[in-house]
Design a protein around this ligand. Structure first.
Ligand code: AMP
Ligand code: MG
Length: 534
């Protein structure tokens, strides 16, 4: 008897799909299967850093259960419940534009699919719980700093309204893990940690690419049919058998969801950092929080990922195009199921107009416009983005400030400009006359544009503040929480989790979480640049 016996698992992935016949947990190339059964590696002395109460509720886990020793064991890799069926998923992927062959869950172990209080299934997955057949030469572990970042950011993204995987808990393992954080030949021991991630599934574009690449058409078909049947049931034909049109409709839906997700990223200023096809979810969820970052001063060319600093493939402004590129790889992977690539072409091509429309609609919201009028508004937006960059402007604070800008004729230009002041990184005296004139000119056009809609300042502010967050998971805030947690003080993680729960609402007393990046963080590792080491 365990206090966790009420948890009800329905393991569809492992019940319905091909398992690896080999059971030894040794790195290898796996053929003809979609997963390998594997158990987490027990840890020395686990302890909880944080638990999301909201996730407990969603999953139907009581407070009593969450405070039990069994719960801690479960989320740290020390207890696999009888009804779980733990496994690592096999997948491949394109990394930085190149086919990388088999990758797979090298340090993620799915525990099982939990039936939630509203009768959905959510997969519990431990990240950093030890090696799997897909670990290649690595250790299967994760360190505290990257785990804090994943735990906090995935929950923050959810509350920002961005489709994402979620996180139930963050635990220290009590083990030390060796990492060369900057890949500069200075390895050091760091505290090991495990995040319990939660999502309907963790299937990636790369899950389809690998069997397709290897000519395992029946494995590819079973995964695709499973995904459609279980996660896109509205597309599954009554006949019980998929046709080429079913696969095309599936691709079209993934195209839409991927586009929607990236439009949200552009709205909140999120840079994923490693948009390899193995890091793109088939459900259109933001997945695998690694060297991600948030735009602070608006810079479309910024990427937080030091591994990508030369090509900047995954920079902010490139995310939409990379989404399209990744969808092309997914479409290619599905070709063996439809025979003729033409059948998938339309679905794939929809991306461009769908993204453009979505982005316009999103930007109209950010500016408080009723509708996007491309003839006028495209240029208004482009000029704004130029100005934001020219004056080194905090993206988040700018849009909150813009909501406060008066459209009243009687307001003088200095007073009109005032709400924007705190968004600039340049000291007041450096905001040159030329820049200021640029802003005044732009604001004149903006005010005229808002007036042509006839929207009142009050309702515009309300509309804008619902889509322009005040609190985002700023890189330096995560770093401060990491610094505190490393010293054993987990209150900062809890405070951030709490404030990020209502990112659009001004929270009295929480001003320090809505400040622009301090100067010390400009060049500090973990704040402005991150490596893939985690
Ligand atoms: P990522 O860049 O984090 O998406 O990881 C790419 C691949 O490397 C995935 O197959 C991961 O599971 C694997 N991987 C990353 N870090 C580790 C690690 N410490 N141990 C084992 N596999 C890892
Ligand atoms: Mg990954």
């Amino acid at each position: 008897m365990s206090v966790l016996d009420t948890l009800d698992f329905d393991n569809r992935f492992t019940n319905q799909l091909e398992a690896d016949a080999v059971t030894a947990n040794v790195p290898r190339q796996v053929r003809g299967a979609l997963f390998s059964r594997v158990e987490p590696t027990p840890t020395a002395a686990p302890s909880l850093v944080a638990v999301s109460n909201e996730m407990l509720e969603l999953l139907g886990i009581s407070e009593e259960q969450a405070s039990s020793a069994e719960f801690l064991d479960m989320v740290s890799g020390n207890l696999v419940l009888a009804d779980m069926d733990s496994f690592a998923m096999r997948y491949g992927g394109h990394q930085f534009g190149n086919w990388a062959g088999q990758l797979g869950d090298g340090r993620a172990i799915n525990l099982g699919e939990l039936r939630t209080s509203n009768n959905e299934r959510q997969t519990l997955q431990l990240k950093g719980a030890g090696p799997t057949p897909y670990s290649r030469t690595a250790d299967g572990l994760a360190v505290l700093r990257s785990s804090v970042r994943e735990f906090l950011c995935s929950e923050a993204m959810f509350h920002l309204g961005v489709p994402t995987t979620r996180a139930l808990s963050l635990a220290l393992t009590g083990d030390q893990v060796m990492r060369d954080m900057l890949y500069d030949g200075n390895p050091a021991l760091e505290p090991g940690a495990v995040v319990c991630r939660v999502a309907p599934n963790f299937i990636r574009f790369g899950s389809f690419e690998l069997p397709s690449f290897l000519g395992e058409v029946e494995v590819l078909r079973s995964l695709t049919d499973f995904t459609i049947r279980e996660y896109y049931p509205e597309l599954w034909p009554q006949t019980g058998e998929a046709t080429p049109d079913t696969y095309a409709a599936f691709l079209a839906e993934v195209v839409r969801r991927t586009s929607d997700m990236i439009v949200h990223w552009q709205r909140v200023g999120f840079v994923h950092g490693v948009m390899n096809t193995d890091n793109l979810s088939i459900l259109g969820l933001t997945i695998d929080y690694g060297p991600y970052g948030w735009l602070e001063d608006y810079d479309p060319d910024w990427t937080p990922n030091t591994t990508d600093r030369h090509g900047k493939r995954y920079r902010f402004a490139n995310q939409a195009g990379i989404g399209h590129w990744n969808l092309m790889k997914l479409a290619n992977a599905l070709v063996p199921l439809v025979g003729d690539p033409e059948i998938l072409q339309d679905a794939f091509d929809q991306y461009v107009t769908y993204f453009r429309d979505g982005h316009q609609h999103m930007f109209a919201g950010k500016l408080g416009l009723a509708e996007w009028d491309a003839d006028r508004d495209d240029q208004l937006m482009l000029d704004l983005l130029d100005l934001l960059q020219a004056a080194e402007t905090d993206m988040t604070l700018f849009f909150r400030g813009l909501a406060e800008v008066s459209t009243d004729d009687a307001v003088a230009s200095d007073a009109r400009f005032e709400p924007l002041q705190r968004a600039f990184y340049l000291p007041d005296e450096q905001l040159t006359n030329e820049l200021r004139a640029g802003w005044d000119g732009w604001l004149d056009r903006y005010v005229a544009r808002v007036r042509s809609d006839g929207t009142s300042d009050g309702s515009r502010r309300e509309q804008m503040n619902a889509v322009n967050p005040l609190y985002v998971m700023r890189n330096y805030l995560a770093q401060l929480a990491i610094d505190a947690s490393t010293k054993g003080d987990h209150t900062e993680v809890a405070a951030l989790l709490d404030v990020m729960g209502s990112p659009y609402t001004e929270q009295p007393g929480k001003e320090r979480f809505a400040e622009k990046r301090p100067d010390w963080a400009r060049t500090r590792v973990g704040c402005s640049m991150l490596s893939c080491s985690s």
